[in-house]
Design a protein around this ligand. Structure first.
Ligand code: G3H
Ligand code: PYR
Length: 205
């Protein structure tokens, strides 16, 4: 079991894959760049297949499932080989379904009340989404003193340029982002470009 999902890498790559092959190519490029973690979003019909292929063919990466937006997806992702789960928001049913898998997970929150509800449920490591649209660095600074037990992976609108300002906050473990896997680089199989974006991100902390 992982000690903490927030302390593995400074930047959690949030990835959309349109095939198992694409997922495997991206995973290998991220590992080559020094980021051995991938949050494969369940945004495409091929996502579970991609998770299955990555867990079989790229064992050196920690593969998780993102975009858990319905309770049933938690078990499907676990069965496909996901090693952690991430949701953009949290309902009681989604939280229980993620807990039932026994996998580590980051429930999504966007407000102070949602943070408090997650803490009440025993979760101290949270995805803050959509980070920029929900107050960004200022929100996280404001919540640090009144709610010190919550730690975050802010995601949503974060860029290579803004990541460092989030990573400097005491209640941020890592940030999430899709900027490491630009759609045109993925479509053309430009794995070197993805590796060099990953390598710059890995050096952020
Ligand atoms: O968690 C997933 C987000 O949609 C990624 O956000 P981003 O594309 O703004 O980095
Ligand atoms: C937030 C999320 O899970 C997604 O962008 O797919």
């Amino acid at each position: 079991m992982l000690r903490s999902l927030l302390d593995v890498v400074p930047v959690m790559p949030v990835v959309v894959a349109h095939s198992a092959e694409e997922g495997v190519g991206i995973a290998r490029a991220l590992v080559a760049g020094g980021l051995p973690v991938i949050e494969l979003t369940l945004r495409t019909p091929e996502a579970l297949e991609a998770i299955r292929a990555i867990s079989a063919e790229v064992p050196e990466i920690l593969v998780g499932a993102g975009t858990i937006v319905a309770p049933g997806q938690a078990k499907l992702a676990a069965d496909a080989g996901a090693q952690f789960l991430v949701s953009p928001g949290t309902t009681g049913h989604i939280l229980h379904a993620m807990q039932d898998t026994d996998l580590p997970f980051l429930p999504g929150v966007g407000t102070v009340s949602e943070v408090l509800a997650a803490l009440e449920a025993g979760c101290t490591e949270l995805k803050f989404f959509p980070a920029e649209a929900s107050g960004g660095v200022d929100f996280l600074k404001s919540i640090a003193a009144p709610v010190p037990s919550a730690r975050f992976c802010p995601t949503g609108g974060i860029t290579a340029a803004s990541a460092a300002s989030y990573l400097a906050l005491p209640n941020v473990g890592c940030v999430g982002g899709s900027w490491l896997t630009p759609a045109d680089a993925v479509a053309s199989g430009d794995w070197d470009r993805i590796s060099s974006l990953a390598s710059a991100a890995a050096a952020l902390r």
